[in-house]
Design a protein around this ligand. Structure first.
Ligand code: SF4
Length: 280
């Protein structure tokens, strides 16, 4: 059994919130660069170059990449041989988010109640997901999620007979309907299988996978490549102003499901696909 002070979660999450809103991970920079090189529309290319310049300024001058610094989504993969000490884990996570957003002067975008809508003024609470895994380490992923693209996300409860063609249609429908509202070029996270809520979580987690990394399941990896090509033929383009780069990546996660169903979730992220990862 390894003991970990919850203060360690707070300190790391504070720094990760600040880091994630100022600089994208190397995988995102790589797909940006490839898109700049392959974009066919001159205007689309110009927009991609401006977005790249924005990334550079954000990193160097410590200005958030976007004014929408997101709602903090935190994944904790906790080794089963870990014993947290010194307090409540969820409070420690939220304290990290609070300190990150307050001390980092990041926009506070969270309301405490979805109907009363009073800003909590410190961007808490975070949305926290826990997974128990083998080992004695904790993998922390902090993914501040912008809501221009979150609002464009969809769930489709397909019939088993809809099959993989139904999945293709669902993904294309979600992306077409999102159009410019999702701040393209997008990263498209897809969950296939599970239950209603499980497929949404699969899609959300898919967004945290490196943009250049394909699924380890051969047919899923093929589907990711095929859907990226099809989405980029829609012509929505960077900023929604036309072009051959509507998406930078399509990441798909799958899970077992019931004989009577085929749930599909499409969680769309804008080009500011933030995910900071640390293992403690
Ligand atoms: S969806 Fe993304 S790019 Fe658009 S405003 Fe929100 S964080 Fe910024």
């Amino acid at each position: 059994m390894r003991e970990i002070e919850v203060q360690k979660l707070t300190d790391n999450i504070r720094d990760m919130c600040i880091e994630a809103v100022h600089e994208l991970s190397p995988d995102m920079l790589d797909v940006f660069q490839s898109a700049c090189e392959s974009e066919k529309s001159p205007l689309g290319k110009k927009i991609l170059e401006q977005l790249q310049e924005n990334l550079k300024i954000a990193k160097e001058d410590r200005i958030p990449i976007c004014q929408d610094t997101g709602m903090a989504v935190v994944f904790l993969e906790v080794g089963q041989d870990v014993h947290f000490t010194g307090g409540n884990v969820e409070n420690a996570v939220n304290e990290g988010v609070r300190r990150g957003y307050v001390e980092g002067y990041l926009r506070k975008s969270v309301v405490g109640d979805p109907i009363i809508r009073e800003n909590t003024k410190d961007n808490t609470p975070a949305v926290v997901y826990y997974e128990i895994v083998p080992g004695d380490q904790v993998k922390i992923t902090v993914a501040p999620k912008g809501f221009g693209s979150e609002n464009m996300s969809r769930i489709f409860m397909l019939k088993p007979a809809d099959g993989i063609d139904g999945v293709r249609q669902a993904i294309l429908t979600a992306v077409k309907d999102a159009g410019p509202n999702a701040c393209p070029p997008m990263v498209v996270g897809v969950g296939i299988g599970g239950t209603f809520e499980k497929c949404a979580l699969l899609a959300k987690k898919a967004l945290t996978r490196n943009a250049g990394e394909r699924s380890s399941i051969p047919y899923v990896a093929d589907l990711e490549r095929e859907m990226l090509e099809k989405i980029n033929k829609l012509g929505i383009g960077p900023g929604g102003l036309g072009g051959s780069t509507t998406a930078l990546a399509v990441n798909i996660n799958t899970y077992a499901t019931h004989i009577a169903g085929l749930p599909v979730a499409v969680n769309i992220c804008c080009h500011v696909n933030r995910h900071a990862v640390r293992v403690i």
